[in-house]
Every structure is written in structure tokens, then in C-alpha cells.
Ligand binder design. Sequence first.
Ligand SMILES: Nc1ncnc2c1ncn2[C@@H]1O[C@H](COP(=O)(O)OP(=O)(O)O)[C@@H](O)[C@H]1O
Ligand SMILES: C[C@@](O)(CCOP(=O)(O)O)CC(=O)O
Ligand SMILES: [Mg+2]
Length: 449
Amino acid sequence: MPPHPPRLASPHASHASSVLVSAPGKVILFGEHAVVYNKPAIAASLGLRSYAWFRAQPAGVSPSLLRLNLPDIHRTTIEFPLVQLAAVSREYYYALDASDAMLRPSVLLPDAERALEPVLSELPHSAVRPAVLAFLHLFLAICPKLPALNVCVRSELPVGAGLGSSASFSVAVAAGLLALASSHPDIDSEAKEEVDPAWRVNQWAFMAEKVIHGNPSGVDNSLATYGGAKIYSKGQLESLNGFSSLRFLLTDTCVPKNTKRQVEMVRTRKMRFPSVMDLLIDSVENIVKECKAVFRDIAQGTISQAEMVSSMEALIEMNHGVMAACGVSHPSLETVRLVTASHGLQSKLTGAGGGGCALTFLPPGTTRETISAVATQLSANGFKCYETEVGGSGVEVRTQRSVDSGNEEGEQVAVLAAWEEFAARPLVRDGSGGGGGGVDGLNAYFESS
Ligand SMILES: Nc1ncnc2c1ncn2[C@@H]1O[C@H](COP(=O)(O)OP(=O)(O)O)[C@@H](O)[C@H]1O
Ligand SMILES: C[C@@](O)(CCOP(=O)(O)O)CC(=O)O
Ligand SMILES: [Mg+2]
């Protein structure tokens, strides 16, 4: 650990790069909550993504700042003068457990969190604190030279709805900071070590998820990092052929839920009634095994499509029932189930439950008319429907072309305009937008890395 406050990066280094990262949300088909107890879960990345744009602070700005723009959570903008961060950082680094804390992903220990308290005390909303604390932990640990940055994170995902917005936020932030750290000659950090970059992103994102969730299983950040349609079990991912060809409707009940609270609730019930809860959790494991067998059988041609559909529907119904028994359903989720069942479609909660999203299985051949009729009825209940692909790419990191060098003034202006648009895009839950507005225009300025 550095025994003294870190040396700040030279504030306006001309080689400072900007980075645009995107990471998907996820949908859990089977296994939420049980996965916290080391049971397997079946999950896939979603077509809805979070985008984090990191820009080096323009030359001439004083004082040097970390400016964090999080419009999706109460339109938050926070500025941390770097001298203020440097002042708290001595305690923070001291409190990190290992002497090589910067060399490997490290959990935010209570003393390190306490050290950050002076810069956190005035955060207005409860949703803001975990996100900012997670960001600061990664920023200080990954970039100990404290570069001056503007950071904006936007999401196509509804926040707090069971689609893994916290994990896609965590993965995007981890990947962006690691990319900056490895490309910035003024920032010496672990990023120069020879470790699989995706592994490192995933591990740091897991640390951020711990700040936000308390006790995450790791399934969400793993899917947001690696993408695809997978079985997740004890930190390992296994591809699951057949899953990504299935279609689902996602319904956000717009009832806010908090994953940390939901996970704690299940733990409390498990401590109170272990003999009951252990069986429920084991039964989720068996549902996952049955689902895996269905995918195997359909791939081998030993069951018909109709048999596959009827098995999936039964498993969805059973998994939801078990989750309800664990105490994590909600009247709004039961309404989704009733509405979709009246059209012959099965639904279950997805994610932490207690509100948030339900997933409805759309068997092959479900007509457009049926989907529209269901969506219309769900909307009439105040819910919001998403039809989205599953199994797409994981985290993507793109670095900005040489506009930071100051040679291309016109392009600088255009990038700034794109930034403003990116930050001002309407919120998903406003019902007024979402879906990538302000992101498409950025493609011209970034290249894959
Ligand atoms: N785009 C975002 N910007 C800032 N913070 C975010 C964003 N997305 C998620 N978060 C953080 O994650 C929390 C929601 O996490 P969680 O309760 O796990 O719900 P979810 O099911 O969406 O992951 C938010 O309260 C916030 O702290
Ligand atoms: C309930 C849980 O299984 C999934 C939570 O997902 P989400 O935050 O509701 O998107 C918790 C976890 O796996 O860490
Ligand atoms: Mg979450």
C-alpha cells in the first residue's frame, strides 16, 4: 500500500485517452437467489446495455476534478476535487487489506469505506451512495494516481428492475478504468500485469457488486462481462446451446426493488426455517438440472418441440412458485402472471423479485398479435414491456481516436456535442425514451480495442 497520499497524475497529459465502454444487462431464466447459495443458475446477456464514457478532463480546467455524471439515478452529478480525494486516500489505502492491494481485485473493507466517508457524507439519495462508493473504490484502487476525469454512465436498462443494471454498471466502470489505467503512461497500476483482461474486469466488477449488493453470487457480472447464454455455477460459466434461440417478453412492473434487501430477506428466512428453505433452494437446483436436460434432449432430437415447450412452461411455473415460497414475489408480479396466463403464456419473476421484472416465455410460433395483445394489457396495468434478444456480446471497450491531442478542433467540438447528448438522453423509466439514443452518434469517434 502507498504509505503516503498518491502522487496525482500530471493533470493535462496530452496522451490521455478517452474510453467508451458498454456492458449488457442479464436475464436469469432459472436459479436466482439459489445461486447465492452456490447452486447453478441459467442466465443470458441482454440486448439492453449500459454505456460508460470516460473523458480526460480538458486542459485548462482548474481545479482538477473527478466529475461523475450518473443521470439514471436522480440525475446525479458529483464533482470530487482531486486534492480532496488525495486527502482521504491515505487512510483508504492504509485500510486495504493487502500490501499489494492494487495488484489484485480487493474488496472494500469497512475501514476503507470509513476513510471515504468525508467525501460521501452529502450524497442526497440512497440509490446514489452505493453506486458512487463502488465507483470510488474502483477509481482509487485501479488508478492510484487519481487522473482528472469526466465520467458519464447511461443505461438502456431500467435501474433496480432485476435485469442486472448494477452489474452492467460495475462491469462498464471496471473495464473503463482498467483500460484507462493500462493506456495512460502516468498511471502505474496492476493493469500492466499479464492476466486475462476479461477476468480482471469481471473480478473488479464483482467487488463493485459487493459494494452495491452486499453478497452477490457473481452471476450478473459474469454475464455482463462474457455475454452469451450460460449456466453459471460457483464462478464458472458453461455455454448452453439452445437457450439463445428462445424468445421472451420482459415486463417491468415498475415497482422498485432493491437486490440487497431481497437477498437479505431470503437469508433471514433461511436462518429461521433452514429445513424448509434448504429444500426450496435444492429444488431450484433440480429445476436448473431439468432445464439443462431439456436443452440437451432437444439438441439430440430425442424430444419434440411441443415437449420442450411444455417442459419449459412447467419449469417456469414451478420456479416462480418456489420463489414465491421464499418470499420474493410481489402482487405486481402475480398480476403479470395472471395476464400472460390468460393468453396461454407462462411467466416467472426474474432477478431479485419483490417488484422489478417478470420474464414471459414466448414459445416458437407465438404470433405477433398475441404478443401485442399481452403487451397492451400489461401496459394498461402500468407495466413496461421489452422484447429483446438474449445471448449477445459481453463487455466492449472502445478508445477514442486522437481527438484529445487537440489537433482536430472541429472534431473536439463534435465530441463535446455528442457527450452532451449522451448525458441528456431521456431516462428509460420516464417512458419517454431509452434504447440507445445519444449512443449511436458516438460510433464515429471510437474504435474497438
Ligand atoms: N446506470 C446507472 N448509474 C448509476 N448507478 C447505477 C446504474 N445502474 C445501476 N446502478 C446502481 O445499482 C443499483 C440497482 O441495483 P440492483 O438493486 O441490484 O438492481 P438491478 O436489478 O437493476 O441490478 C442502483 O440503485 C445504483 O446504485
Ligand atoms: C437475486 C440474485 O440471484 C440476482 C439479482 O439480480 P438483480 O440485481 O435483481 O438484477 C442475486 C445474486 O445472484 O447475486
Ligand atoms: Mg443488481
